[in-house]
Write a protein that binds this ligand. Sequence first.
Ligand SMILES: [Zn+2]
Length: 508
Amino acid sequence: MVGLALNRDVFTFRSVLLLLMWTVVLLIPFVLTQKKCLYVTAASLLFVDGFINLFHWILLKCPLNASSIFVFLNTNFSEASEFMTIKMTPLLLMFIPYIALFVITLKRIPKLSFRSTGEIVVWLALWLSVALFFTDNIVHKRFLRLAVPDVERAVISFFKESEEYSKLKDHTLRPLDAKLTTDDPTLVVVVIGESCNRNHMSLYGYGRATTPRLQARQDILVFDNVVSANSNTLYSVMNFLTENNIEHHRPLDSCIHIFDVLHSSPYRSYWISNQAPIGLWENGVTNLVQSADVKRFVNVTSNSSMESTQIASFDQRLFAPLQTSLNDERKHKVVFVHLLGCHTQYNKRYPNEFGLFEDKGDRRTRAINTYDNSVYYNDFVVDSIFSMLRTYSLVHPDVRVSALYFSDHGENVYDEGDNCGHNYSGSIPKSNVEIPFVLWLSPSQMKYLEARHSLVDRLHAPYMIDDLFHTLIDLSDIATPCFDKSRSFINSDYDATRPRILEDGNLY
Ligand SMILES: [Zn+2]
């Protein structure tokens, strides 16, 4: 009922019906034996389920799900209490009537028995209906999806997903048929931003001058119609680094990863990251990128990914390892640079001299100001990387260099509703998925690509980064059977009519 009042969009009557059905099941031992302790056990189980559910509904306006368990388990006590003060709301008072109802339930044990003909008929009818419902769902292999209550389904999904990510550790590089289509030396640099909402970049028309350096550049292509399908790092990375996308999900340990492709070709791959390599969210990403030839994690001071977001580790720490990878004499290289970008806490994302806007005022003002400062610093980081590559290409004019900057997802900084962060309930806000997508090309690479088709024509074309796998293969001039040119944004055969269905199931 609380769910119905708080967020009608994600509330389903099915959830209530399921709990009633499970109540009937849990009461079977009590009805048959009349033992009080069995009644108390059933009531307590339902109480705990409801307690978790109520708590989650009040804090996040939706039923418990696997992603919020990932976040909660990755949070230490001080962050949890900080989160609680942020979300402290009078709605938490609902726990008083809830607990009171539980006490009454325990004190007034109902007379439920299995003696008279009437009772027997009613119970048998109830049990038969529940049994039919369960059997039907088991036969059609949808028991977990349709017959398990919200909380339990979230817990089971959480364990299933964790298992899938840990299996990634055992993913052995798969030899593929992957050939280079060029003899030119090539370098592809993929700068993966974090939580950057393009609507906070003046490069994309934001009122505050948050990206003066990128705006001053004459040598970049700025694409303004690119979105992420997912609203968190893990799901987004798992899609854009593998052949998986919103339409096709294969088990992660058996689908083709970008490193399988690169490793089967003459490329050397690098993963340089300022994100913590440990923590539940990152374990998935870390396990996936274990297959890169060279790995460098510069941010290893924290115990969890959540803790790492509280500690300042500025993205400029990535410049030195990036330069080292550029100095590598290998003829074909792909270098991934994973930024901490604009992740919460925003005021820990930039050095003092980038504090353009004051970290003062009410909660909302401070969040927007510090977020914009992180975008301002991010502008410096991305611009510096492009400049490093420009210098590199002046020294190595024979190497065709491509550098792509985009963000894994966006961030809602009170842009839509009274919310800050990239969690959501119901449908994804646009600010969570509208991301920057910027390409820097060396003159030789620009000439090479432009000879094939006009990239300028694509500046406003729709694209979703869950298909980036194909664009990366294309940028790297690799021919391999899993490559689908209609999914490569830079290909002349790119299919711009693909419907952009986001992870919430809605069309962007
Ligand atoms: Zn992210």
